[in-house]
Every structure is written in C-alpha cells, then in structure tokens.
Design a protein around this ligand. Sequence first.
Ligand SMILES: [Zn+2]
Length: 259
Amino acid sequence: MTPTTMTRRVYLAASLFLFFPLAGMAQCFSQCTLGSTPANTLKPGTVRVWVDPALPPEQFNAAVAAVQSWNGATSWVSFTVNTDRSTSPTTPPSDAVIGVKQGTPPAPPGSTETPCANYSFQRDSQGNIARADLFLDPSVVQAGGRSVQFGVAHEIGHMLGSPDTDCQDRSSTVMQDGFPCALPEEARVTPAQCDKDKVSQFYASRVNPAQNYQYYYYGQCYDVYLVTSYYWCTSGGCTHMYSTWQYLGTQCCFLGICG
Ligand SMILES: [Zn+2]
C-alpha cells in the first residue's frame, strides 16, 4: 500500500463517519457474505469477442447471437462482437479476449475424447481468463446454426463461472452437457433466466484481487480504491459491495465500477 492510498483511506473514513446516515450503518451486518476466490473466469469489464468470418454465414450469425445472449446476465461482464461477417477481420484483433473458430476442441482434463466444443485459455496474474480460443468441432459447424449457437453459448457460460448443470431439464438451460454435436431439437440454445441467475450470483460473490474499484458516495465517484477482498451485503432490496475495511469499520458506503 502506498502512502498516498493510506492518506486517501483515512480521508474517506473521516468523511464517511461525518456524513453517512446512522440509519444506513445498522444495515451493514445483515445478510453479508464474504466473496470467494474463483479463478479461470472472465475479468469484470467489457470482453471483446472475435468470430472467425471463415464460418459460413448462418454459423457466423449464430455464434454472434450466442455471444450477445449473455449480455445482461451480470452487470460485471459485457460482450462486444463484430456482427458483420463481411467486415470481421480474418485474424483476431490484439484486444480480443475470446476468439471463436472451427478447430479441434481440446479434450477436458482426464479425458481423451474430443468434445463438440471447448476452449483453451491463458490466465493473467490474478487467475482471470486473459485470452481464450473457443473451438467448434467441424461436425458442429456442419450441423448448422443451432448447434453452433449452443456450443458457443455453453462455453461462454463456463467462462462466466457456470458449471454444467440442469436447471430443471434440457429445455430450461444452455448449460446442459452430454448432447451430440448435431444438437437435438429439445435443447435450449440461449441462456435461460436460471442460467443468467447463476452467473449473476457467481459474479456477486467473486473476489477479484488487486482490482481497482472506484469509490461511490451518494452516487458520486470519489476516488480509486484497491480492493483485495470484500463483502456483499443486501439492504433495502439492493446489493452493495463493501471492502473488508469498510465492513469491519461499519462504514456503509458502497463500491462499484464507475461507468
Ligand atoms: Zn460444459
């Protein structure tokens, strides 16, 4: 911690003590959970996705739709993707975090079977996915748009922290595993509310060490603040994030990412 940061914290602590309403302070300790430290998922922020324009038009559009279908699942991660196949670059741009293309999907750990779709990735120093290559088996691409859409949506769901699951049945989740590469009719190709809720809950409990957050006070952004762990607290129907420092100090000001 730099001396500058310490000074800011002391200053903020003093200002919050003076101005934050007492009524809010009492809510600090209700329904709070300490975030966990899951790894190998997408870092909060905007994730740029590149879809290979070498895919046939229907399959390209399906992959784009799959990427976009996760927008709104959590406020922590949003996706941008070039929706026009004719202007999509033929190689991934340097700022692309996820690349989607036809290829041989890597076998999962402990397996020698080639799955219908899977991804390989590199991590950054905090365990986030820094770069992922999402491969669609040629049989998936050949099977058409629905198979492609499912494969891409399913794998991005994993990158958002969602495991293979059946929310209720095959038609109610895009995270159901075990389908043939040519997708059966009953399978869902877009995230269901159940899938989105899982992602939302995952990011709400996620600790992202050493990420800079900005400090809100009455809706105004005051300063940048380094968070190493935090609590999520629910009060008045809203969920707010508190740093450990704030939580233990009964400060009810909340943190977020300034837009
Ligand atoms: Zn899976």
